[in-house]
Design a protein around this ligand. Structure first.
Ligand code: HGY
Ligand code: MN
Ligand code: MN
Ligand code: MN
Length: 392
């Protein structure tokens, strides 16, 4: 059954050495090597695709393939389950199917997508967006991390040619169904396993406030053009504009240069906004942006707003959900989620569904993210039953 230790180990490894700087960095490469070794131990054929996503095949790749999997990268300060639970459970589901004497009549694979959280290069689901053409390779290649390293350089250093990245019709064409198992994020399940029905529309915006860098002690207040002020006003405006239906979050604010005794010359603030649909999301962002512009003007600062990523509302495939519910039991609940996933990117291209494993804390993207062993084990059984049903 799912060994919590496996998940905890992967989670621990993700914390080591700046795990949030995933996307082909040392820790992600080590985790990918761990996955490849675990897959090979199970006789799976491990092949990276040209976008850096890792595929472990049970049987020859081919049309109508049943695919499962998730991601191994994390957010800064993330938990151990978001991503790894889907990957570890897929490996354990293969074990369970083998133990049942099952051999798939369709190709079956586990996929590990690269840079799902956008923790290093700022765009979530980068590997699945590249594969589906949702982001152009030349745009992805220029994305930079906190040290100015580009995704193209990082990918190249990991053996991938950024110029060969991009929409992969062969891979997409081979997928008959994609089912991602994931820890629940937020509280909604009263039973160990449920299905996802939809994902909120979701975008990320970068606000750059520019003022005048100066000395904290030598500069009179009336002589300042301090970009930290409109940045702070924007954070408050985000909370004021948010409602339970439209979630606006500022989780990252970076003053430049960032000295305690230095009035910053500029401040970058990232906004994560999500709502049921695009109009409601953009309405909240517009309100925040006008407050940001007004605050910048008051302080004699400039502000530049850049939309860094966008993904519309996702509705999962009702036919596939019904098919899976037929295999798992008609009482299998479904629930919407506010969290984005690679499954949300693939859903626009191939029949896609998600299985959620109950999270008693509801907390995610934080160390208290959790799932009970029994619920994880129930998730493996549900995934194995789903894969057997789809690939029989
Ligand atoms: O941000 C998200 O919702 C996902 O965890 N990448
Ligand atoms: Mn996440
Ligand atoms: Mn995730
Ligand atoms: Mn000094």
């Amino acid at each position: 059954m799912t060994d919590l230790q496996d998940i905890a180990d992967v989670g621990r490894d993700r914390r080591r050495g700046g795990y949030s700087r995933h996307g082909f960095d040392k820790v992600e490469l080590e985790l990918r090597a761990w996955f490849a070794e675990e897959a090979r131990r199970r006789g799976l054929d491990v092949r990276p695709d040209r976008n850096g996503n890792l595929w472990a095949w049970w049987g020859k790749p081919g049309p109508g393939a049943v695919i499962t999997g998730s991601h191994l990268d994390s957010v800064p300060g993330g938990g151990a389950f978001d991503g790894p639970l889907g990957v570890v459970s897929a490996l354990q589901a293969v074990d369970l199917l083998r133990a049942r004497g099952f051999t798939p009549s369709k190709p079956l694979a586990i996929v590990v997508f690269v840079e799902e959280e956008g923790g290093r290069f700022g765009v979530a689901c980068l590997g699945s967006r590249l594969m589906t053409g949702a982001i152009a390779p030349e745009v992805a290649a220029k994305l930079t991390d906190a040290d100015g390293v580009t995704f193209g350089e990082a990918a190249h250093a990991s053996g991938f040619d950024p110029l060969r990245m991009g929409r992969d019709d062969r891979a997409l064409g081979s997928i008959g169904a994609f089912v991602e198992l994931h820890v629940e994020q937020g509280r909604g399940l009263d039973v160990p396993v449920g299905l996802a029905s939809s994902i909120l529309a979701h975008g990320r915006w970068r606000y750059t406030f520019t003022g005048e860098g100066n000395h904290a002690g030598a500069t009179l207040i009336e002589d300042r053009r301090d970009p930290m002020l409109p940045a702070a006003q924007m954070v408050l405006a985000a909370r004021r504009a948010a409602t339970s239906g439209a979630r606006a979050t500022v989780g990252r604010l970076v003053p430049n240069p960032g000295g305690t005794n230095v009035i910053p010359s500029s401040v970058d603030v990232w906004l994560d906004a999500r709502a049921d649909d695009e109009p409601r999301t953009r309405e909240v962002v517009d309100r925040i942006t006008s407050a940001a512009r007004a605050a910048a003007e008051d302080e004699g600062c400039a502000v530049r707003v850049t939309e860094e990523s966008w993904g519309g509302t996702v509705h999962f495939d009702p036919g596939l959900m019904a098919d899976i519910r037929g295999a798992l039991g008609s009482d299998t609940p479904d629930l919407p989620t506010g969290a984005g996933h690679d499954a949300g990117i693939l859903a626009a291209h191939v029949p896609t569904a998600m299985l959620f494993v109950r999270n008693p804390t509801g907390i995610s993207h934080a160390p208290d993210e959790f799932a009970e062993s029994d619920d994880c084990a129930a998730g493996v059984v549900a995934l194995a039953t789903t894969l057997e049903h789809l690939a029989r």
